[in-house]
Design a protein around this ligand. Structure first.
Ligand SMILES: [Mn+2]
Length: 357
């Protein structure tokens, strides 16, 4: 077994003698192997990655720390392993199995019974919440790719270009720079649409006086990056400038609050209160941030009252915003690694109000 599998084996919920994992992110996390389908069975001493014909050869090449079982009939292979290791209770990955899949898999594990609760997921969550150096490097690489792509795309943003054009150009450049995919559907929105935190790029054309929001990221070796910048296209109003300044300061204050030992809620509170006290209560309706890794949104959530204590090695975003429906919105987001006395910012593009076009 590799280190992460050994840790999981030592953290199995006390009543379980094995775990069955199905989600793509967790299979990837524990075996280093990315695939659309498969099952990972982890006992206290052994780990098996069960792959069907489509993935068996690639799995043999890439899986680290688990024995690859190329199965023809899942029920037969699973049952063989249950009997070989005399398994009695197998914890299912609650967030990975749908109810239907759990119903289907349960009889395949007989005579072992299954445990369906949140304990296994909590154990895995504890492992994944702190990133290894290798994971941080992949997120950083994804971020570098994103920054190159954005830097090359900004000069192409001209009056009359559509939001969709910008998104497509960015996606092309992100992939061209070596990402296997974009991190999520890129958000490149302009003008009044920026008041929608997750607006979808459409046929809306960029015009002078718009704010343009770029919430973008790349996927690199399974790891996501996440960054938001809001730029002014041409001259903007005093009100737009003021809102930008408040978000800019709130984001910096939020970052300043980050260090190991503080709670996630503390970081949220710092950014949120600044925005509310500046007169924008009710205009910041989402959490201040979230963890980033094999999933774009992971633990810890940087939200109101969350008492999760930040630890060195966590990778989180700090992304406050102000949204004025029908007018405009501003969000600024960095992804940072938590350290003992602060953070390392993985995002290096400037945040001072910048006029493009
Ligand atoms: Mn984000």
């Amino acid at each position: 077994m590799n280190t992460s599998l050994e840790l999981l084996a030592s953290m199995l919920p006390e009543d379980a003698d094995a775990a069955l994992i199905v989600s793509e992110a967790n299979r990837h996390y524990f075996t280093g192997f990315a695939s659309d389908a498969g099952y990972l069975l982890v006992t206290k001493e052994h780990a098996y990655l069960l792959a069907d014909f489509r993935y068996a050869e690639a799995a043999e090449n890439d899986v680290i720390g688990a024995e690859v079982v190329a199965f023809k009939r899942l029920s037969e292979s699973l049952n063989e392993l249950v009997r070989k290791h005399e398994l009695k209770k197998i914890a299912l990955e609650g967030s990975g199995f749908t109810i239907n899949e759990a119903e289907r898999i349960e009889p395949m594990l007989a005579p072992a019974s299954v445990i369906k609760n949140t304990k296994l997921d909590e154990a895995i969550g504890k492992l994944r919440i702190v990133k290894t150096t290798d994971e941080v490097e992949k997120i950083m690489k994804a971020q570098r790719i994103t920054e190159c792509a954005l830097t090359e795309t900004l000069p192409l943003v001209k009056e009359g270009v559509t939001e969709k054009d910008i998104a497509l150009e960015l996606e092309y450049k992100i992939r061209k720079h070596g990402a296997e995919d974009i991190s999520f559907d890129l958000i490149t929105i302009a003008g009044a649409k920026t008041s929608m935190p997750h607006g979808v790029p459409g046929e809306n054309k960029v015009k002078k006086g718009d704010l343009i929001t770029f919430d973008i990221g790349a996927l690199y070796h399974g790891y996501h990056s996440d960054m938001t910048r809001t730029y002014a296209f041409g001259e903007i109003t005093e009100k737009q400038k003021r809102v930008y300044q408040v978000v800019y300061e709130a984001q910096q204050l939020g970052l300043n609050a980050v260090r190991s030992g503080v709670t996630a809620g503390d970081v949220d509170k710092t950014a949120r209160e600044y925005i509310y006290h500046a007169g924008f209560e009710g205009c910041f309706g989402h959490s201040t941030g979230h963890g980033v890794g094999l999933d774009i949104h992971e633990l810890p959530t940087i939200s109101t009252g969350n008492e999760t204590i930040l630890q060195s090695g966590m990778v989180i975003t700090v992304e406050p915003g102000i949204y004025l429906p029908g007018e405009f919105g501003v969000r600024i987001e960095d992804t940072v690694v938590v350290t003992a006395d602060g953070y390392i910012n993985l995002c290096t593009l400037p945040k001072e109000l910048t006029i493009i076009g």
